[in-house]
Design a protein around this ligand. Structure first.
Ligand SMILES: [Zn+2]
Length: 332
């Protein structure tokens, strides 16, 4: 038995996806340093049970030397890299999505929202993997010759025995490809299963301090199979844009948020549109910042000589829900 008194005081760090709890392997709730873990889940093997201020039990485990590195090392920054050009991102994301599948619960959700099995396949929505570990998927991508540096969403985690390995955040949900005007995947958004952990939609991006990079706030361009309307529509959210585009038979730009309107303007100008229809949610009208952002976009569009219309409807729902409901009525 080692003499534990020899250990210096060392700060605890919280378990995170980049450095999960060394006892239970989960990425939240527990804490640890280089020699001691306070695990909230595993009692077996602990030397002490501590009752925390919230009444919950925490199990203290000694860690074998070398199990984890000191927080000072874990927290040591890996420099951020520059985001790779869109053609590189497109290649890596397509290969990445090919390695994943779409779980039935996610497919059901997309069908419920108005997409067909064919649409789902073509758009390439895939579930965040639950059985295959992210580092295994990263390794397969690297083996196939892809460099994950500069691809938003991927980052480096510290290995137990030193060194780094590529991984990504694997909170359950599904990926929604964000396409540019040439149909290339420029980024991925995730529809999260548990919206209480940071929102319904999250970008696959970040971890700059762990060798990751940011995808920015690109606008998604959804194209219909059959063009019926030559005006360009603008809505909030890539998935909403995919659905609206199908039912409108028009190009629909999905802004990541109403306030991220600059990338939308760039796309509209690049595509040489003459007429634009703004179809942000009607309840957005009640929010001052959202209303201001919409006004700013409209102002810029008018300044560039475009004709601008505002789609209006009565319910507080999104344009996609309104279109799907109208379609159901017509075909009933
Ligand atoms: Zn734990």
């Amino acid at each position: 038995m080692q003499n534990r008194h020899k250990y210096p005081y060392e700060k605890f760090i919280k378990a995170k996806p980049s450095h999960p709890c060394p006892i239970c392997g989960k990425d939240d709730w527990c804490g640890f340093n280089s020699y001691l873990a306070s695990c909230m889940r595993v009692k077996e093997g602990s030397f002490k049970t501590k009752i925390q201020s919230n009444g919950k039990e925490a199990y203290l485990h000694w860690l074998k030397p070398g199990t984890v590195e000191a927080p000072a090392i874990i927290n040591e920054k890996i420099p951020a890299v520059q985001t790779a050009p869109v053609e590189v991102r497109d290649r890596v994301y397509r290969e990445f999505l090919r390695l994943l599948s779409l779980y039935p619960r996610h497919k059901d959700d997309l069908i419920r929202r108005g997409l067909s099995e064919k649409d789902i396949k073509e758009k390439g929505y895939k579930s965040v993997p639950e059985s295959n570990k992210p580092w295994n998927i990263c390794r397969r991508l690297i083996e196939r010759g892809h460099d994950l540096a500069g691809i938003p969403g991927f980052y480096k985690a510290r290995g137990r025995h030193g060194g780094n390995y590529w991984t990504f955040d694997w909170q359950p949900g599904y990926f929604i490809p964000i396409l540019d005007s040439s149909g290339r995947i420029q980024a991925l958004q995730r529809r999260m299963d548990d919206p209480d952990r940071g929102g319904k939609y999250k970008l696959f991006s970040g971890y700059q301090h762990r060798g990751g990079c940011s995808c920015g706030t690109p606008a998604h361009i959804a194209r219909p199979e059959r063009m019926k309307d030559s005006s360009i529509w603008i809505t909030e959210g890539p998935l909403k844009a995919d659905i609206a585009s199908k039912y409108l038979g028009a190009v629909v730009i999905g802004a990541l948020s109403v306030t991220a309107w600059k990338p939308v303007l760039e796309v509209v100008l690049e595509m040489g549109a003459k007429e634009v229809v703004i179809a942000y949610d009607m309840d957005a009208k009640t929010n001052k910042f959202v209303a201001e952002a919409e006004k700013a976009l409209k102002h810029e569009l008018l300044k560039h000589g475009l004709k601008v219309k505002r789609a209006r409807w009565k319910t507080g729902k999104g344009i996609d829900d309104v279109l799907v409901a109208m379609h159901k009525k017509q075909t009933a």
